[in-house]
Design a protein around this ligand. Sequence first.
Ligand SMILES: Cc1cc2nc3c(=O)[nH]c(=O)nc-3n(C[C@H](O)[C@H](O)[C@H](O)COP(=O)(O)OP(=O)(O)OC[C@H]3O[C@@H](n4cnc5c(N)ncnc54)[C@H](O)[C@@H]3O)c2cc1C
Length: 386
Amino acid sequence: MARVTVIGVGFGGMKAVREIRRQVPDAQITVVAPRPELLYYPSLVGIPVGATTPDDVRIDVRDFLARHDVDFAPAVVTGLDEAGRRVLTDQGEIANDALVIASGAGSLARLPGLEHTHPLCEGPDAAARIREGLAALDHGTIAFGFAGHPDEPAAARGGPVFEVLLSVDTQLRREGRRSQFELVFFHASTEPGSRLGERAVRRVMDEMGRRDIHAHLGEPLRGFTPERVLTAAGEIPADLIVFVPGMEGPAWARDTGLPLSPGGFIRADRSCRVLGHPGVFVVGDAGAYAGAADWLPKQGHAAELQAVAAGRNVASYLAGRPANGTFREELVCIIDALDTGILVYRTARVARAWSSPAWRLAKHALEARTRRAYGAGRRAGAGPVD
Ligand SMILES: Cc1cc2nc3c(=O)[nH]c(=O)nc-3n(C[C@H](O)[C@H](O)[C@H](O)COP(=O)(O)OP(=O)(O)OC[C@H]3O[C@@H](n4cnc5c(N)ncnc54)[C@H](O)[C@@H]3O)c2cc1C
């Protein structure tokens, strides 16, 4: 019986498990992650404005894994041995015949004064602290920004920052407090979020203008103090700073001998095969995919498309067939502004953006679908997840 190990229970890991079980019904599948909990990040942006709670973001995947006869190993992966055939963890080793890495990305901590910012993407608790920070202010300036990796600019997370910025604007208006606040956006480039496509960036920037949000663009970041964003062009006074640093590859992979991109992401081809490591695949945020479009986002949707390709390729690899299926290159993103939504869609042929409140409903439907698929209706907060 073939042994397959999957690292991570995020979008990529869960979709890979599903596809591998479908393709290789008798495989012995083991999933490794610290907790059997999928963090549904798209709902995280609702926490600062009270639209969602930390429990809404956590999906307990234990029922799903049991239903699919998958072993869960609660552990933190620390490295690999034998070119990936053994996974090293803080709880021991796991041998495999094929490995899928879906451990997500890390966050770059290089800018001085980062401790004075609110890192939205760190998780539900960090997002909840933004909500507390907003509640504690009765007036002032709130600054929002994001950055990329200096050696791999594509490693950036801009969409959630646009979402939380527009949502905070809407929420403050609903509370009748907007006139007491100045909202500002800062970014080192003049075209923030350009992977969304020119039209989408224009639409988001127009939306900011319409809402009287001042944008500081083309000002390289120097760091932060408790009350200021420091840029090459000067200082932006701020009472609350929401900032998403650039992304970097998974820290555990650094000394494994896996091939890494300048930003530390695991190098693979468009079949998710890690270069020079037969039987080792990577999906989602952890990977850098040679030959893929330069606008390809690090996104849940992309992670799922990659996981389907990787799952099929695992089956081919185990059967001794060519494991060369590729993933579809597609960007689908809904920027939820609480009162409206912006749908961004991009492929090799089209790059479009549409605004409508209906896209918000679509976003909620996607969340419900994911919860149904992996959560069996059980919220992670409903019982102990050890
Ligand atoms: C605030 C926010 C909003 C977003 N909104 C959207 C959106 O609207 N649409 C969209 O498509 N994408 C969105 N994204 C991006 C999306 O969430 C990510 O691209 C996606 O989660 C990547 O999936 P992944 O499986 O690669 O990694 P992750 O989801 O990060 O999962 C990584 C998994 O690996 C585990 N892991 C990590 N390190 C180890 C280790 N050493 N050992 C064992 N396990 C480990 C983690 O516990 C986790 O289970 C958003 C992201 C954020 C932060």
